[in-house]
Design a protein around this ligand. Sequence first.
Ligand code: AGP
Length: 606
Amino acid sequence: MCGISGIVSSENIAKDLFSSIRNLEYRGYDSCGLAVYAEGKIQLRKNTGEVDEVNKKERLTQLVGNLGIAHTRWATHGGVTKENSHPHFSANMEFAIVHNGIFSNYQKLKSELSAEGFEFRSMTDSEVFAHLVERAYAQSPNVENAFVSSLLQVEGAFATAMISIHEPDLLFCAKNVSPLMLGLGESRNFIGSDINAFLEFTKTAVTLDDGEYAIVGKQDYRIKDVATKEEKEKNVFTIHWDVESTKKGGYSHYMLKEIFDQPFTTKQALKIEKEEIEKMAKMIQQSQLCYLVGVGTTFYVSMVGQYFFAQFAKRHLPAVSSDEFKDIAILSDKNMMLTVSQSGETYDTKMAINFAKSFQSKTGAIVNVMGSAISMMVDNVIMQGSGAEICVVSTKAAFSQMMILLRIVLEVARLDNHLSEDQYKEYYTALEDFPDVIETALNEQSGFIRNMADTSVKIHNWLFLGCGVYFPVAMESALKMKEVTYLHAEGMATGFLKHGTLAMIDESLYSLFFVPPPDQIDLHERTLIAIEEIKARGGKVYGFIFEGDEKSEQLLDHLIRLPKVHFLVAPFLEMIMAQLFAYYSALKLNRNIDKPRNLAKSVTVA
Ligand code: AGP
């Protein structure tokens, strides 16, 4: 799980190449490097640390040349060391490569190459590829042939890019499972793990499919099949993202910016054509059983979907975590799965889709990144249009996915006659009013939430509790808290308490309740029972509540009071407040908010 980029141009590229891996840094950030060709030689500079740090140490932007590749790493094989950073040279330094993913048969290849006298400089699986190309080129001096014959020897999920002194005007790249795209500019072309690599330079792109390789010059490019070397016709598409949406826009962190983007991204989710929503709804309606599938945050998004499908459409759509899908799903050509993914590249989710496809089940997806693998793999995709999400933790993308799922639910409910036209209109009005509600709440509540965070960072163990749809909201909120603060937060259904967890409660244990509006009588009562259960045992209780909830006001030790809203959007407003709570807690703790330790934005490996 790393970021790859490359540029071939008629001008000096080092600054732009550096900028491109800076824009990919959320994919991995423990080390980085650049390899640039000039005057018969490849200059390679790399080191450990974040991109800006490495630039200071190694003066990456001062490299000179018109052709180069770059990499930002999230270590898998081989520790975080300068030697293990990318790019990697071949033994004779005539080829330099970068690699994302895993060459699963590298150990066998490494032993073979070592026996032939190739000396390895790193502990990575990646380096084998550079030596393979050198060996193939020595046998038959043609760079394309050497590149392809090396590709035929490696196995696994990977994307790789290469430059060589023997082809000083060309970038070579290929992919299998891991993502790779081309960006097409004027008198210069780009390659990148995703569109953020080149979005500031061009909005015209081509996606590489598995088993394809590309030879990219500054004016043209060719994409071919690795197995046959036959040239392929590919779709060129325009990226509709705004470069500004990838910048911090005055906020101190991308996370905060992306939380504050949510009124806008909600509007975008509501602007998705009704026909698209209807098409997905009909697919679901026509399936015997539809699974909702995602992992991490998108699993919780799927759980929210499951609750809403039951509540409004009277249908059971089981939410399953992608990594567990093949262990639990019963599939056939009558069934379907609807996956949710911000990046569209998540390995576990891709594997789940492939598994469903092997049973001829139908596949659908809600995806944010255009041209991503998942968006191309499924029978029907809804592009959510939330703009680039740069912070490693997902906020605005997940939020939009919930809005889109809710729209699909309402459509299925309407088609199945479980909603009257009046109810349908009422719910849509609530959704349309929601962006302004979010905007106001963000502005009015930030100060209070910051204060709550500042005074509670000494708390190292949290229970986040909710019932009904507030349960997955609590789970997702706990994940946000864990990711950015590194503190323990456990999401749980309120009803679980008396079945075991109450044993933990004493005055050192804090809980945060997601309290529904009082007019949600059943959910509200169940939540209050749980608050009382904890209070009776000396535990401290915090809560998000809505205006007019006097009972909760009396019970809670610390509360955030939100304006009255329609019950449909109430859990989501509390979720946004929990995002802010996680953000401000992490800020107080001085955490690396946009790039939390040990995490990466797209988890493209097993
Ligand atoms: C979210 O904050 C997480 N970093 C993570 O759980 C993420 O949601 C998960 O890896 C799925 O990613 P995707 O949406 O890109 O498929």
